[in-house]
Design a protein around this ligand. Structure first.
Ligand code: NAD
Length: 503
């Protein structure tokens, strides 16, 4: 039996932050004493309790963040000083990398072989945005009228709510938290109810790094906690990652008071495999796209489009490789397939196996629950899936590949773009000209040629269509956490009553 998580409301960690709310620099229980269990999806056991923030707690966190923004304790620092503190935070993330990694695994069952590099990447993301803090320039702009000096300033938006999902708890939080902090905003974080504790640990590191009280606040809880945050009038911007349905609900509420939003939502991304591709390399990439992370990836390449001459061969290869995957303890570096993150997610994926049966789809492998403890489902391959099947159109968030046969580029483009989403796409070909033709025509925020599911902080990430609004990461990401102020300085015109504005 592997070591159990040691943190919990009843342990000494509580004093250092543990699983309570972080509001205005103080760790405290929910106002009404509410709690919710944290669950290990591999052991199928609860292992801790986390405070469940109510509306009053959310309001306190929003006030604390507003107060911290208004007195400029963070935005008023030199950008270089903010950067220095963020660099310290990156060092602390590296110091505690093993703990942050295992904490996330205890929450969502993702593999150590994926989460450990992810924690390293988190420190890198923090350094990247720290480095950008001092380059957050406006521009000196040539005046369009005589007698003026004109320029723009970049200023923080104010209080940012960061609402995150469970599949990559800290990575997706970092994509919001780090640019928000670099630009001088204050933040209220609402992590997923499935993965709250790793976020609290990161918040404790923010404190240790020297980020002033009230600048980073955390309210843990479920949907009601998230709704209270979205509704709160002191929240200026909502940065959200999660399902499309939730993102759209948030955006519609935010629009009523013109709160800014960045939305990273769902996907049903195509991987397009041409007959000239190196199929051995391709099968590895397709597996990384749909079976890695047990398919619980927003950019999962869940629609596998294969050119007719190699369809049968590739389908057999993919099914055979899926069957070889080693399922087991996510903490074991040799494990290739972990459990799904929760019982709810297990039930969702199993329901799609029922849909496939009902639709009469041809299942090459998988398609039923694995007979073992933990929320495991096997890598699953359906072949010749009709384009109007629910398995062609809906995000499953499990290791379920739907295969489609196509002939030629035109049909590939038509099938690939036949979706309401547009998060990512893969192209597998050895023909460089074809790769270029295709990458221009696929409607997706990220396109990978002869690789899949690679992200990094220097390139923006986000979706077309119903996969998202805005982009995270990349040097422009800071802009999503800034207002732009235009300044006109009169350099000696006669002050006269002007009637000729251009508004
Ligand atoms: P979810 O939408 O159920 O929940 C996401 C977060 O929103 C959670 O913190 C949840 O508590 C909160 N929430 C739920 N309802 C809310 C409401 N009405 N108001 C405010 N907050 C609310 O998503 P999930 O199941 O946690 O995550 C899986 C989804 O996330 C998938 O659809 C996946 O594609 C998507 N995702 C997208 C990206 C991306 O970058 N595009 C990355 C990872 C995951």
């Amino acid at each position: 039996m592997r070591a159990r998580p040691q943190l919990g409301l009843s342990t000494g960690e509580q004093a250092a932050g543990g699983f309570r709310l972080l509001i205005g620099g103080s760790w405290r229980d929910a106002g009404d004493g509410g709690t919710r269990p944290v669950h290990d999806p591999y052991l199928e056991q609860d292992w801790g309790m986390v405070a469940e923030a109510g509306g009053g707690d959310v309001a306190d966190a929003a006030h604390a963040a507003r107060h911290a923004f208004a007195d400029r304790r963070w935005s008023g620092l030199l950008a270089g000083e903010r950067a220095r503190i963020m660099l310290r935070l990156a060092d602390l993330i590296e110091r505690d990398a093993a703990k942050l990694t295992t904490q996330q695994i205890f929450e969502n069952g993702k593999l150590v072989s994926e989460m450990a590099p992810g924690t390293q990447a988190l420190a890198g993301d923090c350094r990247f945005f720290a480095g950008l803090a001092e380059t957050n320039n406006g521009a000196s702009v040539p005046p369009s009228r005589p007698g003026f000096t004109t320029f723009t300033l970049k200023e923080p938006i104010g209080v940012v709510a960061a609402i995150t999902p469970w599949n990559t708890p800290l990575g997706l939080l970092g994509w919001k938290l780090f640019p928000a902090l670099a630009a001088g905003n204050t933040v209220v974080i609402k992590p997923s109810e499935v993965t709250p504790t790793s976020t609290l640990m990161l918040a404790a590191l923010c404190q240790e790094a020297g980020i002033p009280d009230g600048v980073v606040n955390v309210v843990t809880g479920g949907r009601a906690t998230g709704e209270a945050l979205v509704e709160h009038p002191e929240i200026d911007k909502i940065a959200f990652t999660g399902s499309t349905a939730t993102g759209q609900a948030i955006a519609s509420r935010a629009a009523l008071r013109s709160a800014r939003v960045t939305l990273e939502m769902g996907g049903k991304s195509p991987q397009v495999i041409f007959a000239d591709a190196d199929l051995d390399r391709t099968v590895n990439g397709v597996m990384a796209g749909i079976f890695a992370a047990t398919g619980q990836s927003c950019m999962a390449g869940s629609r596998v489009l294969v050119e007719a001459p190699v369809f049968d061969r590739f389908a057999e290869m993919l099914a055979a490789r899926g069957e070889e995957m080693i399922a087991g303890d996510p903490l074991d570096p040799a494990t290739q397939l972990g459990p799904l993150a929760s019982k709810g997610q297990l039930e969702k994926v199993l329901s799609y196996f029922d849909v496939a049966k009902h639709e009469g789809l041809a299942c090459m492998t998988g398609g039923k629950r694995v007979d073992r403890s933990g929320y495991f489902v096997p890598p699953t391959v359906y072949r010749d899936v009709p384009p109007d099947s629910r398995l062609a159109r809906e995000e499953i968030f499990g290791p379920v590949a739907s295969l489609f046969r196509f002939e030629g580029e035109e049909q590939a483009v038509q099938l690939a773009n036949d979706t309401r989403y547009g998060l990512a796409a893969g192209i597998w070909t050895n023909d460089i000209n074809r790769a270029h033709r295709m990458l221009h025509r696929l409607r997706a925020g990220s396109v990978w040629v002869n690789n899949y599911r690679i992200v990094g902080h220097t390139l923006p990430f986000g979706g077309y269509g119903q996969s998202g609004v805005g982009r995270e990461m990349g040097a422009d990401a800071l802009d999503a956490y800034c207002e732009t102020k235009s300044v006109w300085i009169d350099t000696g015109n006669d002050i006269a009553f002007r009637t000729g504005g251009e508004d």
